[in-house]
Design a protein around this ligand. Structure first.
Ligand SMILES: Nc1ncnc2c1ncn2[C@@H]1O[C@H](COP(=O)(O)OP(=O)(O)OP(=O)(O)O)[C@@H](O)[C@H]1O
Length: 225
């Protein structure tokens, strides 16, 4: 379970700019919420706050009962490796590693035995429809296939929380639908809490709830999408 309570974020500057205040968010295991809102509303910033990658100036965030604000950098980095899965556009697939190696990366960081990591990465690639491509180089993939690899890598270590920023950003509608089915299916199967930032109605509609970000926090707009 992910909980954000009374979360406030202001951006430095003269004058400082309030992005959101009094933000409340609860996402249960196996549930996926979509966060929508105008460009610049602070959706990516909110994801970064939930990930402990960016400080916030009020409230708190808890994952599985553990409060992230109080953790030092090492403890936060460990929690991120163990409990978080990221499908961020900025988190690129590494070009010099094979697909299996890219997917195995989170397990290497968790010191899982190399052979076991390789087997799990291959099984995960098969689950995202890339059986037989494990030894290929990333440059041989289409955009949709690349996003599948990113999803496989985000979920390989069975994280408690999956944070996705525009996971279907540059895919055509058919591919986007497939990638979303895969992502949401895997989040639900793993009983992870999923938070998906998107501009896409199609993507938002598939989530369990749709929340719109504004200065007062998150408003439930599920019925309007
Ligand atoms: N480190 C920072 N310092 C100052 N301003 C920042 C910083 N990070 C983000 N911003 C600003 O904060 C605002 C929110 O950015 P953010 O990327 O979170 O919005 P968003 O809702 O995800 O937008 P989009 O939908 O366009 O991706 C923007 O105006 C951005 O320029």
């Amino acid at each position: 379970m992910l909980t954000a309570h009374a979360l406030r974020k202001t951006l430095p500057g003269t004058p400082p700019r309030l992005l959101f205040d009094g933000l409340e968010l609860q996402v249960a295991g196996g549930e996926c919420v979509a966060i929508v809102g105008e460009s610049g509303a602070g959706k990516s910033t909110l994801l970064n706050c939930l990930a402990g990658l960016e400080p916030f100036d009020g409230g708190h965030v808890e994952l599985g009962g553990q409060r992230i604000g109080g953790l030092d950098d090492d403890a936060m980095a460990r929690l991120r490796r163990e409990a978080y899965g990221f499908v961020f556009q900025a988190f690129h697939i590494l070009p010099h590693l094979s697909l299996a190696q890219n997917v195995a990366l989170p397990l290497w960081l968790l010191k899982v035995d190399e052979r076991q990591a390789d087997q799990r990465a291959r099984a995960m690639l098969a689950r995202v429809g890339l059986e037989g491509r494990a030894d290929d180089a990333p440059h041989t993939l289409s955009g949709g296939e690349m996003q599948r690899v990113a999803i496989a890598r985000a979920l390989i270590h069975a994280p408690k929380l999956v944070l996705a920023d525009e996971p279907t950003g540059n895919l055509d509608p058919a591919r986007a639908g497939e990638v979303l089915d895969l992502l949401l299916g895997q989040i639900r199967a793993g009983a992870a809490a999923g938070v998906l930032v998107t501009h896409s109605r199609l993507a938002a509609k598939r989530a369990d709830r749709v929340l719109e970000l504004g200065p007062q926090g998150l408003a439930d707009v599920t019925e309007r999408v």
